[in-house]
Design a protein around this ligand. Structure first.
Ligand SMILES: Nc1ncnc2c1ncn2[C@@H]1O[C@H](COP(=O)(O)OP(=O)(O)OP(=O)(O)O)[C@@H](O)[C@H]1O
Ligand SMILES: [Mg+2]
Length: 175
């Protein structure tokens, strides 16, 4: 059974990303029977940087992921969900952290943060406000459930625990 935890506070700089980094990595180590996925919903991508080992190495690796044809980040996942309605291959958006940071356990994965997240917020808002095409069509619910639905998926054949880092605001990307 999957579990998910959101780390959110309306105040900035109080340690959300640091806590995300610590709890996700400790939890993964203590729960080898589960997969652990950090979803970094903060455009500053601080927890991604820490999980990727920090420093200039993590910075350039993150840039590479952001610059891909399909960004290997939360932006890639959200845009493919909205524009293609197909995110079947979750490997396109996740990295296994111990490939770049050997100190982390092999069951810990990251959907990296992406500075372009703010830029796609209007696309999400526009899609959410679309007129329903039938009585069963609910664009608003659909758009606002993209990440929730992700936390219900079984990834790589094991129950998964998700930790979601956020930034200090309450916008469409956090619902
Ligand atoms: N327990 C702690 N003790 C001392 N310093 C800490 C602690 N936790 C975090 N910090 C430091 O406080 C600063 C802010 O931490 P962090 O980036 O985790 O906060 P945040 O809530 O994620 O910020 P933001 O709102 O910008 O996303 C960082 O420099 C971090 O190293
Ligand atoms: Mg933060």
């Amino acid at each position: 059974m999957n579990k998910s935890y959101v780390i959110w506070n309306n105040k900035g700089g109080v340690g959300k990303s640091t806590i995300t980094f610590h709890i996700a990595s400790m939890y993964a180590e203590k729960n080898p029977d589960r997969n652990v996925v950090v979803i970094d919903m903060c455009p500053q991508a601080n927890s991604s940087m820490m999980l990727m080992g920090g420093g200039t190495g993590a910075e350039s690796r993150l840039q590479e992921l952001i610059m891909g044809d399909i960004p290997k980040t939360v932006v890639g996942y959200l845009t493919d969900s909205v524009l293609k309605n197909d995110t079947t291959d979750v490997n396109k958006y996740l990295i296994q952290l111990n490939e770049s940071n050997s100190k982390l356990p092999s069951n810990l994965f990251l959907m990296p943060g992406d500075g372009n997240l703010e830029l796609i917020a209007p696309l999400l808002a526009e899609r959410a406000d679309a007129t329903p095409l039938s009585s069963t069509d609910s664009p608003w619910v659909e758009i606002h459930s993209i990440i929730k639905k992700l936390t219900e998926r079984t990834l790589f054949g094991k129950p998964t625990t998700f930790f979601i880092d956020t930034n200090p605001s309450f916008s469409i990307i956090h619902k």
